[in-house]
Design a protein around this ligand. Sequence first.
Ligand SMILES: O=c1ccn([C@@H]2O[C@H](COP(=O)(O)O)[C@@H](O)[C@H]2O)c(=O)[nH]1
Length: 274
Amino acid sequence: MEKYVCKTCGVQYPPAAEPPESCFICSDERQHVPAGGPAWTTLEAMREEGTYRNALTREEAGLYGIVTQPSFGIGQTAYLVCDNGFNTLWDCITYLDAETITAIERLGGIQAIAMSHPHYYSTQAEWAETFGAVLHIHEDDRAWVARPGEHVRFWSGETCRLSDGVTLHRLGGHFRGAAVLHWSEGAEGAGVMLSGDVIQVVADRRWVSFMYSYPNLIPLPGSTVARIAEQVRPLPFERLYNAFHRVVRADANAAVQRSAQRYIQALQGELFDT
Ligand SMILES: O=c1ccn([C@@H]2O[C@H](COP(=O)(O)O)[C@@H](O)[C@H]2O)c(=O)[nH]1
């Protein structure tokens, strides 16, 4: 029996004799199945190949980025937030090896794992089991968990406090249970938001955007974007990190507010006349 991993999104499935016929994450209209159909590997095969390694980078005091090189699956970055002795892994990546485990153990291990949305679930069960961490997922996204188990804690409502400085906020939009992480101690106490791509940092780093599907370019309703901006407004955060190493470095809450206004104006035909 093997725990097959979808090569397109990096999500791991429960033990089975044969790979699944399709990946239910990629078959959804927010992702895509490659033209050649689904393809599969396993975490063990990836380790044996020796192709991959994880780069762990210090982003700022108490915050580390972890990304697989060369890129695998969607290619997202996971973050380790070290908040006064309580470490949270924000989002997850598929590849996990002994070198990564040692490096993270040196930083104090992982006490909690929290996910923005299903596209980054990857091998979250392996990470939770390896580090003895509780895996926090909003209950509205329960149906997207390929490998449920004792390690998962489904949270409900709009917020979930993980440590003194770390709180999850359900924003919805990209997925019903889509969440962001607010770290009040980040950016030297000015606050940091980790957003996955529930709030997406765009090419011009002074702006963000919001989508139902990024690869298939399906936007969100203006009312949803307005609600997301209102939920975020009271939170103090100077910096915002997305899942692809893009950062709004200064005045990030204001960037979210003006970007939401611009997005809604564009949807309403008030931003340009082309
Ligand atoms: O800016 C982006 C972000 C993501 N994608 C692609 O979308 C899918 C789903 O990933 P999410 O990041 O969770 O939306 C994946 O295939 C990404 O490569 C994109 O095209 N542009």
